[in-house]
Design a protein around this ligand. Structure first.
Ligand SMILES: Nc1ncnc2c1ncn2[C@@H]1O[C@H](COP(=O)(O)OP(=O)(O)OP(=O)(O)O)[C@@H](O)[C@H]1O
Length: 594
């Protein structure tokens, strides 16, 4: 690798770390070679002659993004395809020089403190397929991108302004949310007639400043009317539709009278009702002590995310219903400081206080990075609350079957999801085997994608498969699970594999996916079974067939005949190794989806 390239990488990193050189511990030293001597967080081409990817996510970087040192270095700019800087503390602007890195397919800088405008040059990057600048403090108009080329486009949670350029339906509203001064399709708020898009603005550079003033005033008025309308709507909606939860915010303390609680609570009237406040449960309590109404009823597990969370905070914050199933409801709760949590509320779970507490503590102790931990829990006889961190990138179900279905979800990414989930389940099964806690309700909507787009299993241990024939989950009744519940997880995992491989829903055309797969003869697998998007990217047929065979073993009707999760994880790892042997399999880039 060119000396010039090495130097520019080192300078780039030094600027990102305020002069301190974290690169030393990563092997980034001028006398060594980034490719041959494997500098950490750097990926190279297959010949090991050029640097192609930089993965600097979540490295506590605190400096500025010096696109010039990177993209004005020609040999580097000509080879760099991925620049991932998410989840740091990077400040300053994204300068125009980023456009000189014209081979970039992925540029992600979400969760930093970047300010200034999005440079026009970003829109000129022809190969760019993934752009994620969400969760920064970017201002100004959105440049006129060709949205059709993106697999993932996300500018949400910034301070961007003005009309959204025409997306032609290629990008959904989620990608723009959290910018109060953005307007136009696909967002619900219409633009004032005087507003101009970035495209129109560049065509008509004369009256720009005057127009902008008008636009800003327009947006300021629009934004305040919009906010007033939203507040009005939320208030009336609470009463009328029983959907949004201004969860008991009129109840100033938990120990107020029961009549006041039920009068003030709207959504939770049928939900967090009297009983929720009449019984308490703390880390040291059990049901026998449950007569006082104190905030310790919420057991907060050690976590930096919810430091000092109180039950009252949870009740006061506005909440939105995300889902209501047979087994419970799920709420998204938004706190004043911006923290977003979800609360799973399970009614009529016949488990004793001590069993429930024991179960939660065992799960908490097991810990695996691909299992979403509960941050807090609450127990009462009538209902249980589990608090989790909100995962904004949705579920695996949405990724496979959602409106972007399949688009950027390539074979390597699917295999990587399968491997990670298998490994996590195998770990949990092993770790919890003596005490025995299975997931109990494993399905693609319970596999979430975290902010790094890595899969994690949610709602672990809240259910238990009882009915092996129909795989129906029921609420667990003991601290531990029945041994068949572990085989139930294997079955659930097999179905997830089938969804990954076929892109089909569990029930499709009225037929169960497992039944359908069995009905297709072996010779027809390639043409009939596999997701077309996988076939069109020419993914390895042999390895897809191997993974399908693993799936079929997992969904065997006879629970005893199913492999253990450990065996499943080993089989999948063998497929991953074969994949790695045939290509440069890069699990990190494989997970940068949507
Ligand atoms: N922590 C979370 N962050 C973001 N979305 C979540 C979180 N937990 C669950 N979801 C999503 O919220 C939706 C509703 O979840 P919910 O658990 O109510 O339904 P479900 O998983 O379909 O059914 P079940 O009640 O059987 O678990 C699902 O789409 C799920 O993927």
């Amino acid at each position: 690798v060119d000396v010039e390239v090495k130097n520019s990488l080192i300078i780039f990193l030094a600027k990102l770390s305020n002069g301190v050189q974290p690169g030393l511990s990563w092997g980034w030293i001028p006398s060594s070679d980034p490719c041959k001597e494997h500098w950490q967080n750097v990926a190279c081409d297959s010949l090991n002659t050029t640097v192609t990817k930089l993965f600097l996510n979540g490295q506590n970087l605190v400096g500025t993004l010096d696109s010039a040192s990177l993209c004005n270095t020609k040999p580097l700019a000509a080879s760099l395809t991925t620049l991932a800087l998410d989840d740091n503390n990077i400040a300053g602007q994204i300068s125009d020089e980023i456009g000189h890195c014209n081979q970039l397919t992925q540029f992600t800088v979400s969760y930093n403190r970047l300010s200034g405008t999005l440079p026009e040059s970003l829109a000129a990057l022809e190969n760019l397929k993934t752009l994620d600048v969400s969760n920064n403090q970017l201002t100004g108009l959105i440049p006129n991108f060709d949205f059709s080329k993106f697999d993932k486009f996300n500018v949400s949670n910034n301070k961007l302004q003005g009309p959204i350029p025409n997306t032609n339906g290629f990008v959904q509203s989620n990608s723009f949310l959290g910018n109060s001064e953005l307007c136009g399709d696909p967002l619900a708020n219409k633009c004032p007639s005087s507003s101009v898009t970035a495209d129109e603005k560049s065509k008509n550079s004369k009256g720009v400043s005057k127009n902008q003033v008008i636009i800003y005033i327009g947006y300021a008025i629009l934004a305040s009317v919009f906010v007033a309308l939203v507040i009005f709507k939320i208030c009336t909606k609470n009463k009328k539709e029983d959907r949004m939860v201004d969860a008991v915010n009129k109840v100033s303390a938990v120990d107020e009278s029961m009549s006041k609680i039920s009068a003030a609570s709207s959504e939770f009237k049928g939900g967090l009702s009297k009983s929720n406040y009449s019984v308490t449960f703390s880390a040291d309590d059990d049901e026998s002590h449950s007569t006082n109404m104190v905030s310790s009823s919420l057991v907060v597990l050690k976590s930096p995310v919810v430091n000092g969370l109180k039950f009252e905070d949870l009740l006061k914050a506005p909440a939105e219903l995300l889902g209501r199933g047979k087994y419970g409801s799920l709420y998204k709760v938004i706190f004043e400081d911006g923290m977003v949590l979800v609360v799973k509320r399970i009614k009529d779970w016949a488990i004793s206080g001590s069993d429930f507490k024991q179960r939660m503590e065992r799960l908490y102790q097991a810990k695996h990075q691909s299992v979403l931990p509960a941050l807090a829990f609450y127990f009462s006889k009538q209902e249980k609350l589990l608090v989790y961190e909100y995962q904004q990138n949705g579920s695996l179900f949405r990724l496979i079957h959602g409106s972007h279905r399949g688009q950027a979800f390539d074979w390597n990414s699917r295999l990587s999801v399968a491997a990670r989930i298998a490994e996590a389940l195998a770990f949990m099964h092993e770790e919890l085997r003596t005490e025995g806690i299975a997931h109990g309700n494993l399905k693609s909507s319970n596999i979430l994608l975290n902010k790094k787009m890595e899969p994690c299993i949610s709602e672990y241990g809240l259910m238990e498969i009882h009915d092996q024939e129909n795989q129906t989950p029921r609420k667990a009744s003991k601290a531990g699970s029945t041994s068949s519940a572990f085989k139930g997880d294997v079955y659930g995992f097999g179905v997830v594999l089938l969804e990954l491989l076929t892109g089909k829903l569990v029930q499709h055309n009225g037929v169960d996916l497992t039944v359908w797969v069995h009905s297709v003869v072996r010779e027809e697998w390639t043409a009939e079974v596999f997701d077309r998007t996988l076939m069109s990217e020419c993914a390895s047929e042999e390895r897809m067939v191997n993974l399908l065979q693993v799936a079929i073993k997992c969904v065997n009707r006879s629970a005893e005949a199913r492999p253990s999760m450990n065996q499943v994880a080993l089989m999948i790892n063998t497929i991953v190794e074969e994949e790695e042997g045939s290509t440069v399999f890069d699990p990190q880039s494989s997970m940068s989806l949507i």
